[in-house]
Design a protein around this ligand. Structure first.
Ligand code: ADP
Ligand code: MG
Length: 222
């Protein structure tokens, strides 16, 4: 389903080139839930961004659902992302001009679903995640953990083919981490969403089917 082959990625920082991936290979299939661990700066976010087609590798191939994605035009990548990918960003990236329920409903509204129906579905997710009482607030008024739950609801609302979660429970306390993590895994299993978690939390990793560590620009089994 997802196939990354011989990925090389590096960035220019000032005068030096920082190599993040050197010939990295990765694959995931339907129903997989996969953990990616590695210290800060090892390339977890870079890997998720590559799968989300948010950045291009220097070289290598990204194949998703039989499509050679590295060959797609920018607008086709955006279209592909809108249809297939749910992303929980490390810093949430909620829109301050919209209320919590509107933020969550936005992926549905953008794909043309009726406004009221979209808001109703958003409310179901918010209810499940225990923050429906915040639905009319602007995201900035919520705590870090609450904002994270809004971002999770927004990423899952359209049943994406792939869910990419960048440290999705980083600002939750232990109890909520467990609840939210179980919710994501259960829903992903039900809907057969391929889920890839980047996380520091080794306790969470234990509950996943596969886990890789980023080490010297490649992925190694854990
Ligand atoms: N857009 C960018 N420009 C320059 N350097 C970058 C960029 N994105 C990531 N990097 C560098 O690539 C490395 C991996 O970053 P990242 O994927 O964010 O790591 P992680 O998510 O594991 O903390 C870091 O050294 C980071 O500074
Ligand atoms: Mg990161």
């Amino acid at each position: 389903m997802i196939n990354l082959k011989n990925i090389v990625q590096s960035y220019i920082q000032g005068q030096t080139s920082v190599k993040v991936f050197d010939n990295l290979n990765f694959s995931a299939n339907k129903n997989d839930n996969i953990g990616i661990v590695g210290p800060s700066g090892s390339g977890k976010t870079t890997l998720l961004n590559l799968i989300a087609l948010l950045e291009n590798p220097i070289s290598g191939k990204i194949d998703i659902a039989g499509i050679d994605c590295t060959e797609l035009k920018v607008e086709d990548k955006a279209d592909f992302r809108k249809k297939n990918i749910g992303f929980i960003f490390q810093n949430n990236q909620l829109l301050e001009d919209f209320s919590v329920e509107e933020n969550v409903a936005l992926p549905l509204i953008l794909q043309g679903d009726p406004f009221k129906k979209s808001i109703a579905k958003a409310n179901e997710f918010l209810d499940f995640l225990g923050i429906v009482n915040r639905k009319k607030f602007k995201p900035g008024l919520l705590s870090g953990g609450e904002q994270q739950r809004v971002a999770i609801a927004r990423a899952l609302i359209k049943d994406p083919l792939i869910l990419l979660a960048d440290e999705p429970t980083g600002s939750l306390d232990d109890e909520n981490t467990s609840i939210v993590f179980d919710f994501i895994i259960k829903l992903a299993e039900e809907k057969k969403i391929i889920t890839i978690f980047a996380t520091h939390n080794l306790n969470l990793i234990k509950r996943l089917k596969k886990c890789y560590k980023i080490q010297q620009g490649d992925l190694v089994d854990m």
